[in-house]
Design a protein. Sequence first.
Length: 293
Amino acid sequence: RLGGPWLLGLLARLLLWGSAGAWASYLRRSSSCMPIPHRMALCYDIGYSEMRIPNLLEHETMTEVIQQSSSWLPLLARECHPDARIFLCSLFAPICLDRLIYPCRSLCEAVKRSCAPVMACYGYPWPEILNCNKFPADHELCIAAVSMDENSSSRRMPRASCKDCELEEASTAREILESLCANDFAVKIRILRKNTTTSISDFDLDPSKVEVLKHGPLLRTEIPARLQQWLDIDATCAHNIMRGTHAGVFVVSGEVQSDKVVVNKAYAWQKRNRNLHQAVRRWKHHRCPEQAG
């Protein structure tokens, strides 16, 4: 079974690839086609149903492939690049064609640029087996970046932050006030989910529903743009906060880091969160410890 615009593009390029030199450079090796099993979560249902064994990372058994590929699932969950899965599966589960098709060097470099910093957050360097210099240049037959084929000049590239971001429980009003004091800014905002059809969701800030509680080193007028930037680049944090909802009101606070903001705390603005409502009411007259001194 074949599917997906990236695969159709690859097949079209393969039909045009007929020079003697190209076929002479074909990497000949003993391999066989095997169905991609359900247990291979990384690549099952990627757009084709069969893969070559050994694969392009020299894994010789399906057991080894499944074991090694599963270690990359947490990185995909961080949504560091929209083409990360295609890149990894082109190596772990190469498509069963008449020749072995490697990922383009530019695809590797794009994924590495976005995902290597996330891996570094957890102490994992970009592995040598994924050295981008090993892969063919774009003018050769290879798997290119899908995002580059789909008006990528205007497409955002979500990048996960190193810091996990989850909704906080509004424990006591006092603790919430202390948290607001400890952060650079605090804002009550409404977030809308724009896209639910892809693995990476886009989120929008409702500019008519922005209530600045604390602006810190930021100008009040620049806060909406900064928060929209945060929604654009920190897909994982926004996804965790939304918890599958299409829209929601939240009180978020965080710090300013050079040209971006990082959200450290997020509370859902709901009727049952009485401690949060009380803290926001008291905030207007609250004096933080450094101010009181």
